[in-house]
Ligand binder design. Structure first.
Ligand code: ZN
Length: 276
């Protein structure tokens, strides 16, 4: 089993250079880089070439860029802005040899019909995949387990990705988001697991479905998500990707970054090693 680290886990108590050094020291295989804040912050001080060289000289490798938000049901102006951002991400991905870009659906209070969400998502994903193909970059759609997210269950996200039907377009399976809107384990069992490009590991406090937010996340194995259920399905289906820990807990931002990175690895490995 390979282990990945998502930078949200130390969002407020570290930076990219420190995350890399600590993740390398503690034996992580991959890192997911945040392009919305941590990478620009790094580039104020260092060059992209330096980052690329770091990955060549060390064990840790970049797995994904996080994230292109919000990709579907945008106005024309917003969409042009999104494309601009996406093209910049593709350049980063090329220089750093990052295989995946995570794309996040629109979060809004506005009610949009599921058919309109699907139509927009499929069209946008087709276009993004076409732009990404020459770069050898794949897209991973991360459904968000919150009522305000336009794609908020595994079933809905899987249906869209199936409709896109492109080998370079798949999903992020984030256990928190899976739990948070009651996605179906049975649907996961029926799914083509090769469509799960990225696995985000986490756990959560026991708040009702529909009220959970990222800050409720806790160390893997210390909350109420049926991780055993999810991971046994992944195992049966032959999932062989890395398990990437991704937490957003303010309490953990009060800790030393190294303690978080160590504890995140221990708790993730303990839960995941029985299955993957
Ligand atoms: Zn996630």
């Amino acid at each position: 089993m390979k282990l990945g680290f998502n930078q949200a886990t130390t969002l407020e108590n570290s930076n990219l250079a420190t995350d890399l050094e600590l993740c390398e020291r503690h034996g992580y295989d991959y890192i997911e880089i945040r392009t919305m804040d941590k990478l620009p912050e790094y580039l104020e001080q260092y060059s992209l070439q330096r980052l690329s060289a770091y990955f060549q000289e060390n064990h840790i490798k970049p797995y994904a860029l996080n994230a292109l938000v919000y990709f579907n049901n945008r106005s024309e102006d917003e969409y042009q802005q999104l494309l601009k951002e996406f093209k910049q991400m593709l350049e980063y991905a090329k220089e750093l040899q990052v295989p995946y870009i995570v794309v996040v659906p629109l979060v809004t209070k506005e009610k949009i019909l599921k058919k309109d969400i699907k139509a927009s998502s499929v069209a946008v994903l087709h276009e993004l995949a076409e732009l990404a193909a020459p770069y050898g970059v794949k897209l991973a759609v991360e459904f968000v387990g919150h009522p305000d997210c336009t794609i908020n269950t595994f079933e809905q996200a899987y249906d869209i990705v199936q409709k896109v039907d492109n080998p370079n377009v798949g999903l992020v399976l984030d256990c928190f988001h899976f739990h948070a809107m009651n996605s179906s384990i049975e649907a996961l069992r029926q799914a083509d697991i090769s469509k799960v490009f990225i696995l985000h590991m986490d756990d959560t406090e026991d708040f009702p479905i529909g009220s959970l937010v990222d800050e409720d996340r806790v160390w893997p194995g210390q909350g109420v998500i049926d991780l055993e259920g999810i991971l046994s399905v992944l195992k049966e289906s032959g999932f062989d990707g890395p398990a990437t820990v991704e937490l957003f807990r303010p309490e953990y931002y009060e800790m030393k970054a190294e303690d978080v990175i160590k504890k995140a690895k221990e708790t993730t490995a303990e839960v995941v090693s029985k299955y993957l």
